[in-house]
Design a protein around this ligand. Structure first.
Ligand SMILES: [Zn+2]
Ligand SMILES: [Zn+2]
Length: 481
């Protein structure tokens, strides 16, 4: 088989179908839906998957907005992951260079998941067309993964062992750099503690009252003291969701606090959470209240795979950076003027490796370009991101890697109105097309190169040898807060 010919076929398919997949990304941008409520997106994707000739399974793992579309037969089985949830409060007009909500208080695609899902769908469709034409054995599955920003759909599916059936999983994320992701990130777990007490007149008979708000406050005080006695990588965040109301002259009988714990390793995070549970027990005991504990979600840290990272980068290099035009630079420059900081912070290799930092300085005119319009040099190795993603849970069950492509201006803040403003632009569409080509070409490499797949698997077996600790508790159900 002429693999180069096959890849040219994938690229031609994707160039030819670019308007089709751009329209999917734009439609999702125009219907931003919060985590685990992505009903418009799930319906649109299932319709497109059927139109493209995939066999669709809905409500994966009992989750309303999780689904997959598969094509082909037998091994290898390559999964391509898609996401489509938006973020609250980030409604923003497309192309505007100042914060201006389309719908005040509405949601917006501040993480580019409108592109992420559509680019992954495009890649899966290209692989499907190649499988169909070549008659080669193997299966490609597009996974519609809800709740990346909250809810951790992939982790709930990991609890059911979903990803073990894959020979490898590929994903991408819109970014401000053309690069492969590498290294790891924090595990994260969220639990809601809902305290109940006894209401009373705050002056008349406070001795008859038991304050749920007191319990929340004492739990949080406990957390401040706990911080000194955990390992330095641990993080404890909380948000008071219900402070009991607006009246100081009643004893507040209901109050709730949402905790998020983080640690570099999921097994340490699960242990940290047990100690936070103790804070809730102690606070309830001190105040004579009771509490309900509601598990919300959790994610594991990512197990990286340098074999897959290299395979993705080889294809990134082969396709090359898109040709950006004046409109792309103009949009990037107008948005770049709205935030401070370096345009190079998002380039992983530049953070970790002095030689790459120098190379990137030269490529970016010392960070002055509004757009990182080049391929960041290949870097695979140590790197740490303090954030969390449920791609981590996939990576404990099958070799997994991600590519990132430029869809936004250099140095743009994450989860920002600027990202929403870019989400339907030509720049974003170019980044999505590049990602689709790289994912499709790498999937075909994995479907045709036994040695590559075996090397990725061998690295996975070593790196994931200690075994996956699923942060999702056995009786937990996906919960949209
Ligand atoms: Zn995000
Ligand atoms: Zn994201």
């Amino acid at each position: 088989m002429d693999i180069e010919n096959a890849k040219q076929g994938l690229y031609a398919f994707l160039d030819g179908h670019a308007p089709y997949f751009d329209a999917v990304a734009d439609a999702i941008w125009e219907h931003p839906e919060l985590s685990l409520k992505e009903h418009y997106a799930a319906a649109l994707y299932c319709e497109k998957l059927r139109e493209l000739g995939f066999t669709v399974t809905e409500k994966l793992g009992g989750i309303d907005t999780a689904f997959c579309g598969s094509y082909g037969a037998g091994r290898p089985v390559i999964g391509i992951l898609g996401e489509f949830d938006a973020l609250g409060g980030l409604s923003q007009k497309a192309g505007a260079a100042a914060p201006e909500a389309l719908i005040p208080g509405g949601a917006g695609h501040g993480c580019g998941h409108n592109l992420l899902g559509a680019g992954s769908l495009a890649a899966a469709a290209a692989v499907k067309s190649w499988l169909q034409e070549s008659g080669a054995p193997g299966t490609v599955i597009f996974f519609g993964c809800p709740g990346e920003e909250g809810g951790a759909g992939k982790a709930f599916l990991a609890r059911e062992g979903y990803w073990k059936r894959l020979d490898a999983a590929l994903c991408w994320h819109p970014a401000d750099a053309n690069q492969t992701a590498t290294g790891s990130n924090n595990s994260s777990i969220q639990v809601l503690y809902k305290f109940s007490g006894v209401p009373a007149h705050a002056a008349g008979d406070p001795f008859n009252g038991r304050s749920a708000l007191d319990a929340v406050e004492l739990m949080n005080v406990g957390a401040q003291f706990l911080r000194e006695h955990v390992t330095p990588d641990c993080r404890i965040h909380y948000a008071i969701l219900n402070a009991g109301g607006v009246s100081p002259n009643v004893v507040q009988a209901q109050a709730s606090v949402l905790y998020m714990t983080r640690a570099k390793r999921v097994r340490d995070n699960v242990a940290l959470l047990r100690r936070v549970d103790d804070l809730a027990r102690g606070a309830a005991l001190m105040t004579g209240t009771t509490f309900e504990r509601v598990f919300v979600d959790g994610t594991a840290e990512t197990v990286s795979n340098s074999v897959l990272e290299k395979a993705l980068y080889d294809n990134l290099r082969a396709v090359g950076a898109p040709e950006y035009d004046e409109a792309d630079y103009a949009l990037a420059a107008s948005l770049r003027a709205t935030y401070p900081g370096s345009g190079l912070d998002g380039i992983i290799g530049a953070r970790e490796d002095a030689a790459i930092r120098e190379a990137v300085r030269a490529l970016s005119d010392d960070g002055a370009k509004p757009l990182n319009d080049f391929l960041a040099p290949f870097y695979s190795g140590d790197s740490f991101s303090p954030g969390s993603t449920d791609v981590g849970d996939v990576s404990w069950q099958t070799p997994t890697a991600q590519v990132e492509t430029v869809c936004w201006p250099a140095g743009v803040p994450g989860h920002s109105w600027q990202i929403v403003a870019c989400g339907k632009s030509g720049l974003a569409h170019k980044g999505m097309l590049l990602a689709a080509k790289v994912l499709a070409a790498t999937a075909v490499d994995l479907l045709t190169d036994e040695k590559l797949l075996a090397a990725a698997r061998a690295e996975f077996e070593t790196r994931a040898a200690e075994g996956y600790v699923c942060p999702i508790e056995p009786d937990a159900v996906p919960l949209a807060l």
